[in-house]
Write a protein that binds this ligand. Structure first.
Ligand SMILES: [Fe+2]
Ligand SMILES: [Fe+2]
Length: 300
């Protein structure tokens, strides 16, 4: 069995709280390596905490019906991880709103949308949407960690640390929502596929208004070249997400067998987990600390 399976076998709840007051220069464009990446991920994440709370409540409502003890344990752990993600992302949204006031409205709309969906959707749809969404948080986790050097090698310590933490944990619990859906609806492959497609378009629709607001504020719409670059990045990331999701539509797919991680784990994920376990500070990792982490982790 590959080391990847080991990562998914050890889902750990880490109650971290990132301090937005310590963000360098209070600048939301936190990646110097790739400013557009930081703008894109800021925009995408506006709605994420409300999906995470939807996931927490949805999975909690079915947990006691799961007779498989291992899966029940994994449900408890994904709930723990996502609850902490949501708390941090809501704090980050408040920080983002200082520079982009429209974030307040977008945050409120996302909250209303997911709260209404939780009230109105039947349990099959709730579990389907959770599994669909978690397909992309898992894929994005792999894509972002694989592009670490290009997208955030030089970046603000607080927000980079928050994103590395989040992506490591998204990969770690990347099979739980899938396993829960399959536990209750083992034959409903068509429904699962439809929910993946629905989640993809929903994520894009949630991201676009925040992204346009942010690139406008940061001056990307002042020249056609810069605007093309900004929309090009959006399209490129969406394309990578869609492409990586293709194997998930297969009838025999399981997250542990996804080609992106069926042979090896991200060295950053391996190192980060070891670094965290050894009691190192993972809340504010500057470039030097990140290098130390990679050396300490000694990935193989
Ligand atoms: Fe999350
Ligand atoms: Fe997740």
């Amino acid at each position: 069995m590959s080391t990847v399976s080991n990562a998914m076998d050890n889902i750990e709840v880490r109650p971290l709280n990132f301090d937005v007051d310590k963000i360098e220069g209070q600048n939301p464009v936190w990646s110097r390596s790739h400013p557009l990446f930081s703008i894109y991920i800021n925009a995408l994440a506006i709605h994420v905490p409300y999906f995470e709370r939807y996931l927490v409540k949805g999975l909690r409502s079915v947990k006691d019906q799961v007779k498989n003890e291992r899966l029940r344990q994994d449900i408890s752990r994904i709930i723990g991880q996502e609850a902490h993600h949501a708390k941090n992302f809501i704090a980050i949204n408040k920080f983002l709103a200082k520079r982009y006031p429209e974030v307040v409205k977008l945050d409120g709309q996302a909250k209303d949308y997911f709260e209404a969906s939780l009230k109105n959707d039947d349990i099959k749809k709730i579990l389907g949407i959770i599994a669909g969404y978690e397909t992309f948080t898992y894929m994005a986790g792999m894509i972002i960690l694989n592009n670490y050097d290009q997208w955030m090698q030089d970046a603000d310590p607080v927000l980079r640390s928050a994103w590395v933490w989040h992506q490591v944990e998204e990969v770690e619990h990347g099979s739980v929502a899938f396993d829960v859906f399959r536990y209750f609806y083992p034959q409903d492959h068509g429904y699962r596929r439809a929910m993946i497609i629905k989640a993809f378009f929903h994520i894009a629709a949630e991201t676009i208004p925040g992204y346009v607001t942010m690139i406008k504020k940061e001056g990307y719409l002042k020249s056609p070249w810069k605007a093309a670059k900004a929309f090009g990045f959006f399209c490129n990331f969406s394309y990578q997400l869609a492409k990586s999701a293709l194997p998930t539509l297969g009838k025999n797919y399981h997250p542990r067998n996804h080609p992106m991680c069926s042979t090896t784990q991200s060295p950053i994920a391996i190192s980060w987990r070891k670094f965290y376990s050894s009691g190192e500070d993972v809340l504010q990792m500057d470039n030097e600390q990140m290098e130390k982490m990679m050396n300490t982790g000694n990935p193989v």
